[in-house]
Ligand binder design. Structure first.
Ligand code: PFF
Length: 452
């Protein structure tokens, strides 16, 4: 028996994995991408990528994680002794480091806006100026980032069952409950029909090759696949978990939350005249404060409840995702260097504090330190979305589909033949052929463009 810890229930597994998947990517990035890239047409492309490319990667990660029962680096070492596959494990740890470093900066902004909303301090007068002066400051965004990392740290040090599972079981239902309230508020606002139309009107002319790549990047990021995050969680799964079924549940929850977030944001945005809908990344921190304060002026209680719950939702989503990214590195450091979970997590948090600070400064004093026109923050974002996740996805599916013994793959998926998995052959076909070739083609196409 090992002392790595285990998830205690099936519900805990699905909620923790869905917690990893549902994050800033769903509530903030997805609606913006839909709004800008062809509405329902983008949603269709996105769903196809989730089903045919990202879901097979997720199932492969589950197989690799559970069958090895180890962190992502040791998983490859165990399953493929003395082979170069271990590089994919290290790439995963690197991905975890890069993503959480920039993610915690945005999560820090979210924490600040949650506090402001709760204290009635969201102001509608020039929200762009308020936001820009906050993020370009040296210390305050860094302090919020550090506080966010501290929250993450406090969950991770409590271990799998008492930390990650327990808090996911608390936070995910709360998150889903808040979503339901917010959709109700948003669609009942005047002018909301126009917002729904904007979100859903299919415009296939906007689905360019670049949009196709961004849909794939978004699917990978949103489902947390390609960097061994879900493989790490799966290393704590029980042997009776249905891997394929859980992956489908997680994909469904994640996609639904992403689409419903659009139903929260756009009707609200369109309810205020003169507000630009496709305001890009500023949507959540600039456009919405404007919307909230105007709602507040007309209906003070609704405005207050709406804004506070919205940022709280974003914060909870960010937290359940960040603990999963932290866990990739904590599991690796603690098992590789034989450290206790507390010591490993502390080391990992310290590294995140330093790298997160560099990302945070990218909006302030370091905004002119650029390489090829990109700041540290943009580099971290670009490197993971563009390289680490797709490359990880390709090799993870190749590993599960071709390197691993076919019998081991089938045994894992069917729990040694005790479970009947509908569509098993289709799933294996997706893992072996469709996902690696599909991701490879989209990836190479985009890399070729970089060198043109
Ligand atoms: N899936 C998360 C989101 O949509 O915000 C982000 C994420 C979490 C990416 C965990 C990668 C990861 F390993």
């Amino acid at each position: 028996m090992n002392n790595r810890g285990r998830f205690g229930s099936k519900l805990g597994v699905v909620l923790a994995s869905a917690g990893s998947a549902v994050g800033l990517g769903n509530i903030w990035r997805f609606p913006t991408e839909v709004g800008q890239n062809g509405g329902a047409a983008f949603i269709l492309v996105y769903i196809a990528f989730v089903l045919f490319l990202a879901m097979p990667v997720m199932v492969s990660e589950f197989v690799i994680g559970r069958s090895s029962g180890a962190n992502i680096v040791h998983a490859f070492r165990k399953l493929a002794p003395a082979k170069w596959w271990i590089i994919i494990g290290f790439l995963g740890v690197l991905g975890g480091v890069l993503v959480l470093s920039f993610y915690s900066v945005v999560a820090g902004w979210t924490l600040k806006y949650t506090v402001d909303a709760a204290m009635h301090r969201i102001s509608g007068t020039d929200p762009a100026q308020t936001f820009n002066s906050f993020v370009s400051d040296t210390w305050s965004p860094m302090i919020y980032m550090a506080l966010f990392l501290l929250l993450t740290h406090l969950v991770v040090i409590r271990g799998i069952k008492g930390g990650i599972e327990r808090y996911s079981k608390l936070m995910m239902p709360l998150l889903l409950f808040i979503i339901v309230i917010l959709v109700g508020c948003s669609v009942s606002m005047p002018g909301s029909a126009e917002g729904l139309r904007f979100l859903l009107k299919p415009d296939f002319s906007k689905v360019t090759p670049h949009v196709v790549l961004s849909a794939m990047g978004q699917a990978f990021f949103s489902l947390s696949v390609g960097i061994g995050c879900l493989a790490t969680y799966a290393s704590y799964f029980n042997k009776n978990m249905n891997l394929a079924g859980s992956a489908i549940n997680v994909c469904a929850i994640d996609t639904l939350v992403a689409i419903i977030s659009g139903f929260i944001i756009f009707p609200a945005v369109f309810s205020v005249e003169g507000v630009q809908a496709d305001a890009g990344a500023g949507l959540v921190f600039i456009t919405l404060p404007h919307v909230f304060s105007s709602a507040f002026a007309q209906m003070p209680l609704v405005g207050y409840v709406f804004s506070t719950l919205f940022y709280l939702l974003l914060l909870l989503a960010a937290l359940t995702s960040s603990i999963s990214m932290h866990e990739i590195c904590t599991a690796f450091v603690s098992e590789h260097y034989n450290l206790t979970r507390k010591h490993a997590a502390t080391l990992v948090t310290l590294v995140y504090l330093v790298l997160g600070a560099a990302c945070s400064l990218s909006f302030g004093p370091w905004k002119d330190y650029t390489l090829a026109g990109m700041t540290v923050f943009s580099w971290f974002d670009f490197a993971t979305a563009m390289f680490v996740m797709p490359i990880g996805g390709i090799f993870i599916t190749l590993f599960a589909g071709w390197y691993l013994d076919r019998k081991l793959l089938t045994d894992e998926l069917t729990n040694n033949g005790t479970l009947k998995v509908r569509g098993l052959r289709v799933l294996i076909f997706l893992i072996r052929w469709v996902a690696p070739i599909g991701v490879g083609m989209v990836f190479l196409n985009e890399v070729a463009k970089l060198f043109k």
